[in-house]
Ligand binder design. Structure first.
Ligand code: SF4
Length: 720
């Protein structure tokens, strides 16, 4: 039970979990233990937090699940070791691999939960020091399609708008997001807007009738995998009815077919194939419904779209993200209060820590791309490394990295703060590689991945260390260290600095503390349009986060990009998408393509996966908190009564779900909230690893896997 004793001091901080990045107040008791947590009224979330955030104190108390000391695998068994023994072994293995097989024989696999300072340091060490682009991580699994989508459309990643837009929107278009459960403070803010007396419409698009869908004015239960038909059909209606913004079409948009610029007329011709009547049967939504939501989207004073994994974790994830942005651009529902496309993130620091620091295998800090010679040259100069040090080709992404481990091309990998043995799709396929590769796993908690580790490094958790998170709306917020690291654990930054020194890059990784790294990184940003040089550590200590761009210390930060107030918009311009030289955004003609996972006689039903309100990701943290487990219960399948009747199963029965990738057996719950033709499972329970069944088909551009659409068959194993 959480210590609810008297609080000696309150400290502003940020929740450890999701990309909402809620401000929290942490109450420390006289023993310097975290005793109480409440929402921070002065932060952007206005004091609202969800159950997970409210139980952060209990998370910090769960010592029995924490990793206590370094361990080395000997004769198949992990045995305690000193830090020096463990790090000597790690350094030797990496150095030998680099010497014998070249820099691309090693890799780093990180997380959207490390601090910015940590991810930046790992990225700099591997790409600029060792000279390999094998830097990737779990954000590849959750938001790579959004990042690629924004970059293609606006020339720069990260959203234009912010959470404040919720207070001004009249139409909310929520697609592929169970906001009610996964981002509760955002949902509550939408509800406050709905209850404000204004004529506010909520449109929810989801194959599942989630709790979010339950509150919608318009709920569109699309067939899994078909929603690009809906977005193109909405565009079809909009241009047929003449609801487009002439200003945007004439002045701010380049219509693109591949890399070719085409006319608006050609765009209209492309949309001819997507009339509501043509798509309604495959989509599962009637033509009148499509027309109705197109109207409310286009004609509202301000329309705001929110989406997350339902759009990103898809074989057409980038096309979906492109087209979601297109809807806003074509209708001019952008660049004004309440009108913005906003892709939300699942991890606390996926945006700031991974996308902004360039810690994926195809990018470099601050929107630079590995494939562009001028971007590589710029980073080499800024990092002070010889020309050609940064390799010209992207490194392995999450899927290709674990395949390269299967193929023994990667010999040693450093995994930090993530649990790929539970989170990767088609996981059984990738386990042989985890067995064969020298795997170093740094984490705070025990996890499935530890089973494959050759060396385990206990990592400090949350307020046991200091650093900056960057959440969904480009807001950087500081987490100050309030307690000492548990047992022998060390911050991930300390681990990385030690590792760098032992493999010969101690001088290159010259910033050794979190504050020093921030100074280096902050100044580095001034060479880019992500400029946040004005976000000093001292300001972060005082303020409730600051949104970049923020080029100098007097600058208040930028809530909305591409309009006056954004320091990169030239004077006299009302709108300027400065990611592209001509200041225009791209609207792509993106055809719907059927994925491989179409149901058939052998696999007649779709499996889709997602989260529940009281658990988070693979559950390595949240399943250690009793109240959260009580609320969620164990992992299980969920099915609509209609399908239950077809399969002659009921709640409590055990069923087997099989795809072309694998099989999972588990308990069943029948729920009216599910959709006929779809079986649902969450992925937080390590005794119910649904990712064994999930397809590893992926988007060809973002390389993000599709966790949402896998065709499966169901068999009854045992009655309750
Ligand atoms: Fe934490 Fe996300 Fe809940 Fe906010 S919504 S309290 S950031 S888990």
């Amino acid at each position: 039970m959480v210590n609810e004793g008297p609080v000696k001091s309150w400290h502003k901080s940020v929740c450890r979990y999701c990309g909402t990045g809620c401000g929290v107040m942490l109450g420390m008791d006289e023993n310097k233990k975290l005793a109480r947590v409440r929402g921070d009224e002065e932060a952007h979330n206005k004091g609202v937090i969800c159950i997970k955030g409210s139980l952060l104190a209990e998370l910090m108390e769960k010592k029995d699940h924490r990793l206590k000391q370094p361990m080395i695998r000997k004769n198949g068994k992990l045995e305690p070791a000193s830090w020096d023994e463990a790090m000597t072994l790690v350094a030797d293995k990496f150095k030998t691999s680099i010497k014998d097989h070249g820099p691309n024989s090693v890799a780093y696999y990180g997380s959207g939960q490390l601090f910015i300072e940590e991810s930046y340091t790992a990225n700099k060490l591997f790409k600029g020091g060792i000279g390999t682009n094998n830097v990737d991580g779990n954000p590849r699994l959750c938001m790579a399609s959004a990042a690629v989508g924004y970059t293609q459309v606006f020339g720069k990643d990260e959203p234009a708008g912010c959470f404040d837009d919720i207070d001004h929107a009249d139409t909310f278009f929520i697609i592929g997001s169970n906001t009610y459960e996964c981002h509760p403070p955002i949902w509550e803010r939408i509800m406050r807007r709905k209850d404000s007396g204004k004529d506010v419409k909520i449109i929810v698009v989801d194959p599942r009738r989630t709790k979010t869908a339950d509150h919608a004015d318009f709920y569109l239960p699309v067939v899994p995998g078909t929603d690009l038909l809906l977005l193109n059909a909405m565009l079809h209606v909009i241009v047929k009815e003449g609801w487009q913004s002439e200003e945007y079409v004439q002045q701010h948009i380049n219509f693109k077919k591949g890399s070719d610029t085409v006319s608006f007329e050609e765009f209209k011709t492309f949309l001819e194939d997507y009339s509501p009547e043509k798509v309604e049967e495959e989509l599962g939504v009637s033509a009148p419904q499509i027309r109705e939501v197109a109207y409310y989207f286009a004609k509202a004073k301000s329309s705001m779209s929110l989406w997350t994994m339902g759009l990103n974790q898809r074989v057409q994830g980038v096309f979906l993200n492109n087209t979601m942005n297109s809807l806003h651009l074509v209708t001019g529902q952008i660049n004004k209060k309440g009108a913005t496309p906003l892709s939300m993130t699942g991890q606390c620091n996926a945006c700031g820590g991974v996308r902004d620091t360039g810690s994926l295998s195809h990018i470099l800090p601050h929107g630079r791309l590995i494939k562009k010679p001028e971007h590589r040259a710029e980073m080499e100069k800024l990092w002070g490394v010889p020309a050609g040090r940064i390799q010209p080709k992207p490194g392995y992404n999450a899927l290709s990295l674990f395949q390269a481990m299967n193929d023994e091309k990667v010999k040693a990998v450093l995994v930090m703060c993530t649990n790929p043995a539970q989170s990767m799709p088609n996981i059984d396929h990738y386990k042989p590689g985890m067995e064969k590769t020298f795997m170093v796993v740094a984490d705070a908690f025990d996890s499935e991945t530890i089973k494959y580790a050759d060396v385990v490094l206990p990592a400090a958790l949350y307020i046991e260390k200091e650093g900056v998170y960057g959440q969904t709306e480009r807001r950087y917020q500081l987490i100050e260290k309030l307690v000492e690291p548990y047992a022998e654990s060390r911050s991930d930054l300390d681990i990385l600095v030690d590792f760098a020194e032992r493999i010969g890059y101690g001088d290159f990784i010259s910033s050794k503390t979190s504050a020093e790294v921030w100074e280096e990184y902050r100044h580095l940003s001034s060479h880019s349009k992500y400029n946040f040089e004005g976000i000093t550590r001292d300001r972060l200590k005082e303020e409730r986060g600051l949104q970049w761009p923020c080029p100098d210390e007097k600058h208040p930060g930028t809530a909305r990009r591409y309009i006056p107030g954004d320091p990169f918009v030239p004077q006299g311009k009302e709108v300027f998408f400065y990611g592209h030289k001509d200041g225009k955004a791209n609207v792509f003609l993106r055809p719907y393509i059927r994925g491989n996972e179409q149901v058939n006689d052998e696999f007649p039903i779709y499996l889709t996966t997602g989260r529940v309100i009281s658990q988070w990701h693979t559950g390595s943290m949240t399943t250690t908190v009793k109240e959260l487990n009580t609320q969620s219960g164990p992992g299980r399948f969920k099915l609509h009564p209609q399908d239950a009747s077809h399969y002659n199963v009921k709640t409590g029965d055990t069923i087997r779900v099989t795809s072309s990738r694998g099989t999972m057996t588990g308990k069943l719950e029948i729920s009216e909230l599910e959709t006929p033709g779809v079986v649902f499972a969450a992925f937080y329970d390590k005794s119910f690893i649904i990712n064994q069944v999930v397809s590893d088909d992926h988007d060809p551009y973002s390389k993000q896997p599709d966790y949402k659409v896998t065709r499966v068959k169901i068999e009854k194993v045992a009655a309750n």
